[in-house]
Write a protein that binds this ligand. Sequence first.
Ligand SMILES: [Fe+2]
Length: 251
Amino acid sequence: MMNRRNAIKLAALATVAITSNTRAADPAPAVAPAPVAGNPPPVISRDYKVAELPYAFNALEPFIDEETMKLHHNFHHQSYANNLGIAIGKHMELNHKPAEEMLRHLDQVPEDIRTQVRNHGGGYVNHNIFWKCLTPNALREPIGPFNTALGKQFNLFSGFKEKFSKAALEVFGSGWTWLTMDAEKNLRIESTFNQDSPLSQGRLPLLGIDVWEHAYYLKYHNRRAEYINAFFHVINWKYVVERYEKGTLES
Ligand SMILES: [Fe+2]
């Protein structure tokens, strides 16, 4: 009988065409819709590239395992990029438009691809941020004015960790928990379902934890709390602070 681990792996592999080379720098090809007789071949935008990991796949061990990182980056994330490219291929006037901009103004995205942009564009952008939120050289907590603001808003860093962890644990089903900032630099903890982005609510995601099962199930099985605790050992606070200090909703 197929166990949960293999089921997740097979589901990941089935989402995109498989290449023999799974290095982060070699994205899998987009999966083109099946051609319809008499119609011209579909157009696929190839402008949406998956960000290369700024560290090795095994660099976050033992907190996040190598196999999860490979599947998550090379297949799950790549699938969102591929499917966003297919959606934008139907409206090439949007080609070269940053996915972040489309998520900020979903109401301006053509209705026939709006759901795809919300889901696959969200998945594409969320994961690009997620990889950068992680590092093998993590500080235990941020420093400087950002840490002061965090402590003031959430009752010290310990209060932030507790509230953020609780929110991530309580996400029902698949989604994300975020530390976000609005245009006035107010900080808040919020969760989004599926691949929805805080950008669509007018807020900038500073830090995000992916709590889809594909992010942790191979190593932690159903113990999401352990994964959340491990996440705090590999947070790239330098990147989070840079986003905070940049002070705009550009991402
Ligand atoms: Fe994910």
